[in-house]
Write a protein that binds this ligand. Structure first.
Ligand code: NAD
Ligand code: LMR
Length: 327
């Protein structure tokens, strides 16, 4: 057994919290030899519900779960953390886009970023899930100047997994046989889900499916609008699949991406692929397993793909402008 990892989850009493907590406690992020301490943050009105979640976690008697802390104080939650999931924030409802939440949710990430700066380990990795997650990540990162910017990322793993699923279903094969789609841009309906570098059963996805119109007219909008479709069907935003993606994202950071593959994460742009420096933008990344990531370089775009990606970059710039007083 190694020493315990300290993991904070904000919005611990929410939908995603309920799906993700048992999986972290069961060792799905750090593996079967690493105990975990869970620190759950909520707003005061949800503390009683949070205590209930804490009781249920206790009742699971997970062998790896060393301690559960329930609190409404971000400095208590984030103290000495190795990993922080910033989930707690309002989800959108029917008829809304994710960036309609920007002025309501954005301010949450100023204080939480500052608390991370003050009390977390300087090596802490922070993963932003709360929407609009790219721009909320930008806000949190800006309020934590003593933590390297590379330690912040926002979640497009769910979109990446959705792309894998759509390709597998269309090709009539298993999810495992699909590698290397890419989500470029924003976790919004402007994102560009890119199939042109993906493979299915080892063959280029474009050739395997052989139907360009399907990629452009079905695959792209289905992945872009999947969150909305789930809200329409369930009356609530995705939670089980969001929690699953948040496990995958952290698992890749701490265990590495498998040889020959990449995943998609929204990380601070260094200017790669013409994305303005500093924007939190989704790119294909590889991870070594030490918490770091690298943007995959040298991939080519068709004219169609470049246009799509540029639309999403422009949206990210607009979002940054809309919260400039929070940065
Ligand atoms: P939810 O309403 O079920 O839960 C959110 C929880 O956060 C609530 O319990 C609430 O009390 C808590 N909360 C609110 N403000 C807080 C704060 N300042 N500090 C701590 N906790 C706070 O919502 P959910 O379904 O769990 O979704 C949470 C967020 O994740 C939403 O913004 C949603 O849009 C987003 N989301 C993102 C992705 C993604 O792929 N990036 C996927 C799904 C959902
Ligand atoms: C999703 O992609 O499912 C989440 O971002 C929730 C939403 O608002 O669509």
């Amino acid at each position: 057994m190694t020493s315990p990892k300290v993991v904070a989850i904000t919005g611990g009493a929410g939908q995603i919290g309920y799906s993700i907590l048992p999986r972290i406690a069961a060792g799905e992020v750090f593996g079967p030899d690493t105990p975990v301490i869970l620190k759950l943050l909520e707003i005061p009105v949800a503390l009683e519900a949070l205590e209930g979640v804490g009781m249920e976690l206790e009742d699971c008697a997970f062998p790896l779960l060393k301690e559960i802390v329930c609190t409404d104080d971000p400095e208590v939650a984030f103290k000495d953390c190795d990993l922080i999931y910033l989930i707690g924030s309002k989800p959108r409802g029917p008829g809304m886009e994710r960036n309609d939440l920007i002025r309501e949710n954005g301010p949450i990430f100023t204080g939480q970023g500052a608390a991370i700066d003050k009390v977390a380990k300087k090596t802490v990795k922070t993963l932003v899930v709360g929407n609009p997650c790219n721009t909320n990540c930008l806000i949190a990162m800006n309020h934590a100047p003593s933590i390297p910017d590379e330690n912040f990322s926002a979640m497009t793993q769910l979109d990446h997994n959705r792309a894998i699923a759509q390709l597998a279903v269309r090709a009539g094969t298993h999810f495992n046989e699909v590698k290397n789609p890419i989500i470029w841009g924003n976790h919004s309906n402007t994102q560009f889900p890119d199939w042109t570098h993906a493979s299915i059963q080892g063959e280029p996805a474009a050739a395997k499916i052989g139907d360009e119109a399907w990629f452009k007219e079905v695959f792209i909008p289905t992945v872009q609008e999947r969150g909305k479709a789930i809200i329409q069907a369930r009356g609530k935003s995705s939670a089980l699949s969001a929690a699953n993606a948040a496990i995958d994202h952290a698992h890749y950071l701490f265990n590495g991406t498998p040889e020959g593959t990449w995943t998609s994460m929204a990380v601070k742009s260094d200017g790669s692929y013409g994305v303005p420096e500093g924007l939190i933008c989704s790119f294909p990344v590889t991870c070594k397993g030490d918490g770091s990531w690298e943007i995959v370089q040298g991939l080519e775009f068709s004219e169609f793909g470049r246009e799509k990606f540029d639309i999403s970059i422009q949206e990210l710039e607009k979002e940054r402008e809309a919260v400039k007083d929070l940065l």
